[in-house]
Structure formats: structure tokens, C-alpha cells
Design a protein around this ligand. Structure first.
Ligand code: PLP
Length: 441
């Protein structure tokens, strides 16, 4: 049986086969191990904090499907709910109860989200949010911050983080100069630059999009007061603010990173639109754009801003998201926070003991590790690009050999889950000293 052959193929064999039929052997660039070298692992299963590759090797997983595995892989309540949903049919191209329930739950959890539209990817969510900002204001320009990643739509690839940071690409071929010219890229955490952009172009700016906390160039949080100033300046010029919580939403904290900042921001200053993905789909292809009803109601069929999708709100994906968000209770977030705190401290101590210069960056329960000399927290993209990616590559492979799967790029956050219990953490901790010594050479 060909499926048996696949199950027993080695990582090397699968990589060779993939290279023949898939560009670069991968369906999303970071998976290619381009910046760390070596052969990507082909995973066949995951359970809780662990994943198993095609050769039967088990790893503690710190990628977490890039975020969705908030409560661990194959969460039993989600598996059961999804199996039941699958048995009822894969989707109908018509509305289904699960999407209503998921949108109700999102609105109930998030005080600044009054209406939600479900889509299939984070890229679609930010694309739709941008179109809404332009539709609401009748203006063309969008502000984004260097190193922030908002998916791969044309206008948002300028100076983006994540895969582009990993590959050191400034943007992408295939984006026209006209499209790129509609995006103003500013340094993050730089209020004077923001003020200047609005002074010069204010009447033309539809909105600013920001990650709630930057998490695709490693973690870089907004400085105290930055988010409030962004909201204040944008609103004073009649522009909208889109807070991209595709990565941080339901993960940095129960109500995302904005939820951690909200109380420090004056009540009249609220983002107009939010985007969600990753956790919100529980690992299936689902994402969302939400926000003020007045703006959301500009979407078709009520309003003039068109957006649609054959698979949008797919009942199986909506069921996975619903089961995950329902299971993400206070106890789960406490376990997640405890696991993140413990691991971040252990990493710092192992690297410190081996004399490896580093800085641990935090955003709620998210953290990332910068290799290199960073006496003060980096504020933006220019600074994090000074990190030592070769050192990270050596550390990454030593950890992988010891059975710990880290993100294959120095520019990504480490994703722990509420399922990273003492046994899982112990395995990581025991791998750290040797990997830190490898990184020290
Ligand atoms: C992952 C991500 C996206 C894009 O989501 P996809 O589902 O990969 O299209 C957008 N914004 C942020 C902040 C992300 O982390």
C-alpha cells in the first residue's frame, strides 16, 4: 500500500520526493529549514506536548503548529467534536450552527469585538481588514511597521517579518511598485515617525495595521504608551487602527495581547478592527476579522465592501475552533503561563551558564530568545536583525538531536502549550545545557 510506504519513508526520502514536486519541498517557506540547514522532519502524529516524525522519533514540540496547539496536539475534546462534525458532512456552502456559535463565543470573550466574519487564513483576515479600512474612509494608504508580519497579501509584504525575515528578503517579487507605494512602512515603537507620517499624509491614510505585540521578528512588545499614541494619532486623523492578533490572540493571554494592554489605554481609544487566526481555528484552516459593528457592517451583503469565501466558516474548522476556545479556561491559561515562565527561565539559565549572550523577550505567555548582545530590549526590526542566526542554527540542531523541536528560525516565538507538563519540560531542560554549549562555540 502506498500509504504504508509513506508511513515508513525516512525524513530524507520524503524531503527528496518533496523537492521533485513541491517548490523548495515545502508548502510554506519557513518549514524548509533554510536558515538552520539540515533535513526537515516529517511529522505523522502529535499528542499533547509531543510530536512523532515519520521515522518514529518523538520530540517535545515547541512549534505548536505555529500557535494553534494552545492546549496541546490532538486535544481529546476537540478530536471528538471534530470527528462528530466530519461524520455529518464536510461543509455545505451554506450557513451552519457551529459558525454562529464560534462568532458568539469570540464576541463574548472580547469586549471590543461586536461582529465577526470568519475566513480561512490570517492572510485573508488582514486583507479584508485593510479593504474595510479603505472602504470606510475612502482613502488609499496603509501604515504598517517594519518586521510585523500580516500574511502574504501584496500590500503587506513590505519589510515583513516571519518567513521574509528568515530568508532576509526585503519584500517579494511580483508586487507592483503601485501596490507597494500604498503601504507606508514605519519603524516600530517610533512615535515621532508616526506623527511625521500622519502630518505628511494624514488625509490619505485609511488606517494603520499593527501586530498587538510583534511576534514574527521574535517578540518585540509595544513600549508603554505606544499603542495608545497610535490609536490617538490615527483617530485624530480619521484613520482606523487594525490590531492583528492572528498570532497573539487567545494566546499571549486569554484576550490576546491587547487584553493585557487594554486597561492602561484610555477608554475612548480602542482599535477599530482585529484579526485572528492560528488558535481561533484550533489547528484547522480558520481565521477571523472582527471589530466595531458599524465598520463590520460595511461588508457585503449589508455594505459595499466585498469579501467572501467558499470555505469560510467551514463547519469542521469552526467546530475545532469552538472546542479549543471552550476548553481554554482559566486553569489552562495558568498552566500555559507556568510552562512559559519555567521554560523561559531555564533557557536563560542554560545559555547564561554556557556564556552565550542572549535576551529572552516576553509578551504574556509568549516568549522568544535573541542570540547576541542585547543590553537593552530591541524596539524594532533594525535591532533584532543584529542577532546571531548561525548560533541559533547550532542550538536548534543540538536541541532537535536531543528530541526537542524548536521553530526552524531565529525570528519566531517559541510556542509552549498548556499540555507542556513537568515531564515534557524536564525533557527540554535536560537537553538545554549541551545545546547551549554547542551554541557557545
Ligand atoms: C500567521 C500570521 C498571519 C498570517 O496568517 P496565515 O494563516 O498564515 O495566512 C497574519 N498575521 C500574523 C500576526 C501572523 O502571525
Amino acid at each position: 500500500m502506498s500509504s504504508d510506504v509513506t508511513a515508513h519513508a525516512t525524513n530524507e526520502e520524503l524531503a527528496a520526493r518533496a523537492a521533485r514536486v513541491i517548490p523548495g519541498g515545502v508548502n510554506s517557506p519557513v518549514r524548509a529549514f533554510g536558515s538552520v540547514g539540515g533535513t526537515p522532519r516529517y511529522f505523522v502524529s502529535g499528542r499533547g506536548a509531543f510530536v512523532t516524525d515519520t521515522e518514529g522519533r518523538e520530540y517535545v514540540d515547541l512549534v505548536g503548529a505555529w500557535g494553534p496547539a494552545l492546549l496541546g496536539h490532538a486535544l481529546p475534546v476537540a478530536v471528538e467534536a471534530v470527528q462528530q462534525a466530519v461524520a455529518r458532512g464536510f461543509g455545505f456552502g451554506a450557513s451552519a450552527p457551529a459558525e454562529v456559535e464560534l462568532c458568539e463565543l469570540i464576541v463574548a470573550k472580547l469586549p471590543d469585538v461586536e461582529k465577526v466574519r470568519l475566513v480561512s487564513t490570517g492572510t485573508e483576515a488582514t486583507m479584508t481588514a485593510i479593504r474595510l479600512a479603505r472602504g470606510a474612509t475612502g482613502r488609499p494608504l496603509i501604515i504598517k511597521f517594519a518586521g510585523h508580519y500580516h500574511g502574504h497579501s501584496d500590500g503587506l509584504l513590505a519589510a515583513a517579518g516571519s518567513g521574509l525575515a528568515t530568508l532576509a528578503l526585503p519584500g517579494s517579487a511580483g508586487v507592483t511598485a503601485e501596490t507597494a507605494a500604498q503601504t507606508i512602512v514605519l519603524p516600530y515603537n517610533d512615535v515621532p515617525a508616526l506623527e511625521r507620517a500622519f502630518t505628511e499624509h494624514g488625509a490619505q491614510i485609511a488606517g494603520a495595521i499593527t501586530e498587538a505585540a510583534a511576534a514574527n521578528m521574535g517578540i518585540v512588545t509595544p513600549l508603554p504608551g505606544f499603542t495608545a499614541r497610535l490609536l490617538e494619532i490615527a483617530h485624530a486623523h480619521g484613520a482606523l487602527v487594525i490590531t492583528d492578533e492572528v498570532l497573539t490572540g487567545f494566546r499571549a493571554g486569554p484576550t490576546g495581547y491587547w487584553g493585557l494592554e487594554r486597561d492602561q489605554v484610555p477608554a475612548q481609544l480602542r482599535p477599530d478592527l482585529f484579526t485572528f487566526g492560528k488558535v481561533v481555528g484550533g489547528g484547522l484552516p480558520l481565521a477571523a476579522v472582527g471589530g466595531r459593528a458599524e465598520i463590520m457592517d460595511l461588508l457585503a451583503p449589508l455594505g459595499p465592501v466585498y469579501q467572501g469565501g467558499t470555505l469560510s466558516g467551514n463547519p469542521i474548522a469552526a467546530t475545532a475552533g469552538l472546542a479549543t476556545l471552550r476548553a481554554a479556561d482559566d486553569a489552562a491559561y495558568s498552566r500555559l503561563a507556568a510552562a512559559a515562565d519555567a521554560l523561559a527561565a531555564e533557557v536563560a539559565s542554560a545559555l547564561g551558564a554556557a556564556g552565550v549572550a542572549h535576551r529572552v523577550q516576553r509578551a504574556g505567555t509568549l516568549f522568544s530568545v535573541l542570540f547576541g548582545d542585547f543590553p537593552t530590549p530591541p524596539l524594532g526590526y533594525a535591532e533584532v536583525q543584529r542577532q546571531n542566526t548561525a548560533q541559533y542554527g547550532a542550538f536548534f540542531h543540538a536541541m532537535l538531536d536531543a528530541g526537542v523541536s524548536l521553530p526552524p528560525s531565529a525570528y519566531e516565538a517559541w510556542f509552549v502549550s498548556a499540555a507542556h507538563d513537568a515531564a515534557a519540560l524536564e525533557r527540554v531542560v535536560s537537553a538545554l545545557p549541551a545545546a547551549a554549549r554547542v551554541a557557545a562555540v
